[in-house]
Design a protein around this ligand. Structure first.
Ligand SMILES: NC(=O)C1=CN([C@@H]2O[C@H](COP(=O)(O)OP(=O)(O)OC[C@H]3O[C@@H](n4cnc5c(N)ncnc54)[C@H](OP(=O)(O)O)[C@@H]3O)[C@@H](O)[C@H]2O)C=CC1
Ligand SMILES: O=C(O)[C@@H]1CCC=N1
Length: 264
């Protein structure tokens, strides 16, 4: 696949790493306005680093936009006359909806919106995608790319904001939970490196149990909570302090904010 990433910042670079590590590219063009921080990537034989978005588009078939919303109109205007039938435009830009993209580059383009997360750099992104009418013919191409870099599902565009909160912001939310567990482990007497190792691998184990068994979390909890034991004691105290409630309220606050941002 000939892929261009326009905007190689936090997310763009994570996608680039995932594509390189998973050998998922024929050629990869990486762009940003100041390229010093990514120049070393041109040491990979088939990776080209440039400030020139138009050349990147001309040389590629899949165009991944990973720029901030405020730069998106400018970049789409810059590349729109380069787009041909071979191109699929995949936008990861938060809150920049398909009708807005179509208004700039036309509804006769294959347009996909994708919401990955930074775990794409290690091939573990949960990515949600949707498309415009014409783009429906290329949804399988997008799913194939993102399935090589984790898991992906197609959702209606109306759910993209919610998917952003759960999957993209979700990385930060889970990191904070792992950090809190680490702090607790240190208080219980472990060295910080041990505490972090214990926290992250327990988290990975919990997620893997659900992925591999298909069980509901409460089924797995039942297998851990000895009656009258320490697990239920801890769980109930966490719930008395509002664990589930504060998480759900945080997700709702994040969702309200994303809706507010995408209106402005
Ligand atoms: N970070 C995340 O976890 C996620 C982010 N997103 C979305 O992805 C998008 C990118 O986010 P993020 O990576 O965090 O943002 P960053 O600011 O880290 O990256 C954006 C990059 O775009 C580059 N850029 C700006 N203008 C241009 C231009 N005209 N041509 C080419 N490159 C340009 C900037 O580099 P320079 O200034 O050198 O040009 C910068 O490196 C956003 O819309 C965000 O909402 C979605 C899911 C997850
Ligand atoms: O925080 C943000 O607004 C963006 C969208 C999801 C991840 N980063």
């Amino acid at each position: 696949m000939k892929i261009a990433i326009l905007g190689t910042g936090n997310l763009g670079l994570s996608i680039a790493k995932g594509l390189i590590v998973n050998n998922a590219i024929t050629t990869l063009y990486l762009t940003k306005r100041t390229i010093a921080s990514i120049e070393s990537y041109s040491e990979y034989g088939n990776v080209f680093v440039t400030t020139d978005n138009r050349t990147a588009v001309e040389k590629s078939d899949i165009i991944i936009l990973a720029i901030q919303p405020r730069h998106t109109e400018l970049v789409l205007n810059e590349i729109k006359d380069m787009l041909t039938e071979k191109h699929v435009v995949i936008s990861t830009v938060t809150g920049f909806k398909i009708p807005r993209i179509e208004a700039i580059i036309g509804n006769d383009q294959f347009i996909i919106r994708a919401m990955p997360n930074t775990a794409i750099s290690v091939g573990k992104s949960m990515t949600c995608i949707c498309s415009n009418e014409k783009g429906k013919k290329r949804v399988n191409v997008a799913l194939a790319i993102f399935n090589r870099l984790g898991n992906s599902i197609e959702i209606p565009e109306e759910q993209m904001q919610a998917a952003t909160v759960i999957c993209a912001s979700g990385i930060a939310f889970w990191m904070r939970l792992i950090r809190a567990t680490t702090q607790g482990a240190i208080q219980l007497g472990f060295e910080s490196t041990e505490a972090l190792e214990m926290s992250m691998h327990t988290c990975l184990g919990a997620a893997s149990l659900l992925v591999e068994s298909g069980n509901h979390p409460e089924q797995e909890i039942d297998r851990v909570t000895t009656p009258g034991g320490c697990t239920i004691e801890g769980l109930n105290e966490m719930e008395h302090q509002g664990l589930s409630s504060s998480l759900i309220k945080g997700l709702k606050a994040s969702f309200d904010k994303i809706n507010q941002i995408s209106k402005s």
